[in-house]
Design a protein around this ligand. Structure first.
Ligand SMILES: NC(=O)c1ccc[n+]([C@@H]2O[C@H](COP(=O)([O-])OP(=O)(O)OC[C@H]3O[C@@H](n4cnc5c(N)ncnc54)[C@H](O)[C@@H]3O)[C@@H](O)[C@H]2O)c1
Length: 277
């Protein structure tokens, strides 16, 4: 998809402009009845107030899902939820700190009370402080691993405990190609994302033949607040102009696909869009 350097202003304005909704938000069953790919699905999404979360939430809702938008910043979660409702979808904002097991239980309780039994948990919350290993305080390492990796364990455990008795459900987590190839000033981040990939593969083996699935994806370097950390305005302009960076909506269709039953053969996969491999 085209990456425009001119779209570097308010990154949230770059959502929902380029999705071929006719493909993913509307399709027909074998009798020709019109239906949406995620019609009636109950989804909880963490990091929903962020750059990717806002676009993915809108895309999921346009495909028919009802979305509980969780974020540690309630105002950001509310902005995403409001955008979904304005676009005609169903959403609620939920204040959630994904580093806490109890917060996940509250999020899933709230999701199920509003939208019915959980169909999809989408783990998006994350952080990427750029720092060389030799300068990294132990506290920062712990913070990155806790937010990026432990949260995926906490969320997956809480969701899968609910999904197994119902024999259906999907856990989808945001990893990164960085977890495979590494990145300078990204040792903790790369370790956390590699951890998500290994965690996903291991859990998928435990879920074999249960009807519950777990997968992860890497959207590639994407212009969001997280990607801009540690970059000057000049760096941002140069990288956008060079076409090295995606826009937040560019991976939305893949997320909709992976959150849907159409992706049924996939379990334990890491699907990545990465310019640098
Ligand atoms: N942007 C990229 O280039 C890129 C590439 C690959 C993977 N990713 C991954 O995508 C995910 C989203 O990244 P983004 O670029 O949208 O970042 P972002 O900074 O725009 O969004 C992250 C969101 O997570 C929320 N959050 C932080 N701590 C939280 C907590 N304890 N509990 C709940 N929410 C919390 C933040 O408030 C924010 O809204 C991350 O996991 C990131 O590692 C991003």
């Amino acid at each position: 998809m085209a990456v425009s350097p001119d779209r570097g202003g308010n990154i949230f304005e770059n959502c929902i402009s380029i999705m071929p909704y006719s493909l993913l938000s509307n399709s027909t069953d074998w009798k020709g009845k019109r239906m949406k790919l995620l019609e009636g699905k109950s989804v909880a999404m963490t990091g929903g107030g962020g750059g990717l979360g806002r676009c993915y939430g809108l895309a999921l809702a346009k495909a028919g899902a009802a979305v509980a938008v969780a974020d540690i910043k309630l105002d950001a979660a509310k902005a995403t939820s409001d955008a979904i409702i304005k676009a005609g979808g169903r959403a609620i904002p939920v204040h959630t700190d994904v580093t806490k097991a109890a917060a996940f239980e509250q999020l899933l309780d709230r999701t199920e009370a509003e939208f019915g039994p959980l169909d999809v948990l989408l783990n998006i919350a994350g952080m990427f402080p750029r720092r060389a290993l030799v300068d990294m305080p132990e506290e920062e390492w712990d913070a990155v691993i806790t937010l990026n990796l432990k949260s995926v364990f906490l969320g997956a455990r809480a969701a899968i405990r609910r999904m197994l008795p119902r024999k259906r459900g999907i856990v989808l987590s945001t990893a990164s190609g960085t977890g495979i190839r590494g990145q300078p000033k990204g040792s903790a981040y790369s370790a956390s994302k590699a951890g998500i990939i290994g965690f996903t593969r291991a859990v998928s083996l435990e879920l074999k033949d249960t009807g519950v699935r777990i997968n992860c994806f890497g959207p590639g370097a994407t212009d969001t607040p997280l990607w801009r950390v540690g970059k000057s305005e000049e760096d941002v302009r140069r990288l956008l102009a060079a076409g090295f960076v995606y826009q937040p909506d560019d991976f939305s269709n893949v997320v909709v696909f992976m959150a849907s039953d159409v992706s049924a053969p996939l379990n334990g996969e890491f699907i990545s869009r990465d310019l640098h491999r």
